[in-house]
Design a protein around this ligand. Structure first.
Ligand SMILES: NC(=O)C1=CN([C@@H]2O[C@H](COP(=O)(O)OP(=O)(O)OC[C@H]3O[C@@H](n4cnc5c(N)ncnc54)[C@H](OP(=O)(O)O)[C@@H]3O)[C@@H](O)[C@H]2O)C=CC1
Ligand SMILES: CC(C)(CO)C(=O)C(=O)O
Length: 299
């Protein structure tokens, strides 16, 4: 299969590394020098102290003629418009898979409704070490569900059972995204504000109470079918990633833009639509926005 990946960041390179072993993979980067480097030197995957080199194709997104069978979109939420505003670039593509965290992008995907549109969540951990090197720091899975059209092109990926890189198919796209959204809406802003690794939210009793308060507020507006299971999922993720710093903590620490708009911003929009006030989410939203814009550097 011909597989395209838009975004040469941690997740884009991770997907490219695993799928590049079996498929013709092209990474569409934002920057030309990154594309040149990937094309000429290959991609390196680091895992458990071992490094593998994988040969792939690469090209700058802005110049590429994209004609792959499946294209994965792996840019961050705040860069989604630079991809979504270019629908014509995907005219020869049959299936597009959107992997960013958050749910801000979903309503914009109607522009692709004539294609197979698949949304997914990444449960792996990955860190980009340099423009051609990614470290697989946490082995998980990618869960995919159909938003428009069919899953025919991604089914073979799930059937293939790639070692350390499984794909799982789910029926209900909204439940898949909401389950991840709620994890990110609870863990990410609290850890960024409190400046703690994920596990501290469970270990420090008052922080645990903050988590519970925030979770019950989110339950008022998000379509969570099984509240007990959703809470257990958050606690499990905190335990499994106890030593890790959330992506929002890391973004704030490095003075980078965060994905808070697509996470808490989305929750607040739901609250507006339903006429429900969400003071904790609003408070945290402003806190993260303030830290993004002018807060003290920490880390
Ligand atoms: N890393 C992780 O462990 C996990 C990440 N996620 C989610 O996956 C998504 C991606 O995260 P991650 O890979 O870590 O983020 P990164 O910032 O590492 O990667 C994003 C990449 O997108 C590229 N990009 C931005 N705009 C464009 C464009 N128009 N065309 C082509 N490339 C573009 C950026 O290019 P440039 O380098 O030039 O800026 C960057 O390389 C996020 O929503 C994140 O929350 C989910 C689970 C785990
Ligand atoms: C699961 C979690 C919270 C892991 O840190 C994450 O997805 C993130 O940091 O964005």
């Amino acid at each position: 299969m011909k597989i395209g990946i838009v975004g040469g960041g941690a997740i884009g390179l991770l997907v490219a590394a695993y799928l590049g072993k079996e498929h013709k993979v092209t990474v569409y980067t934002r920057r030309s020098p990154q594309a040149k480097r990937l094309q000429n030197e290959g991609l390196r995957l680091e895992k458990k102290g071992e490094t593998t080199c994988i040969s792939i194709q690469a090209a700058p997104f802005a110049e590429a003629a994209i004609d792959d069978d499946i294209v994965f979109i792996t840019v961050k939420q705040y860069d989604m418009s630079s991809v979504l505003d270019n629908t014509e670039r995907f005219r020869h593509v049959q299936t597009i898979v959107f992997l960013p965290n958050g749910m801000g992008h979903v309503e914009k995907l109607a522009a692709f409704a004539e294609k197979n549109v698949v949304v997914g969540v990444v449960e792996h951990g990955a860190i980009k070490r340099d423009d051609r090197t990614v470290e697989h720091t946490g082995i998980g899975k990618i869960v995919l569900a159909s938003l428009y059209g069919t899953l025919q092109d991604v089914m073979p990926l799930a059937a293939r059972c790639i070692s350390d890189f499984p794909f799982e198919i789910a029926d209900d796209w909204e439940q898949v995204l909401v389950k991840k959204l709620i994890v990110n809406a609870v863990i990410n802003p609290l850890t960024a504000l409190l400046r703690v690794p994920n596990g501290k939210l469970l270990q420090v009793a008052p922080y645990y109470e903050m988590m519970k308060l925030l979770f019950s507020e989110l339950q008022q507006v998000l379509p969570i079918k099984d509240g007990a299971a959703a809470w257990k999922h958050i606690v499990d993720i905190c335990q499994k990633t106890a030593e890790n710093y959330s992506s929002m903590y890391m973004d704030v620490a490095r003075h980078r833009k965060t994905e808070v708009d697509a996470i808490l911003g989305y929750v607040l929009k739901k609250g507006d639509e339903l006429g429900i006030e969400l003071p904790l989410s609003q408070f945290l939203f402003y806190a993260i926005k303030g830290m993004e814009e002018g807060g003290e550097k920490h880390g």
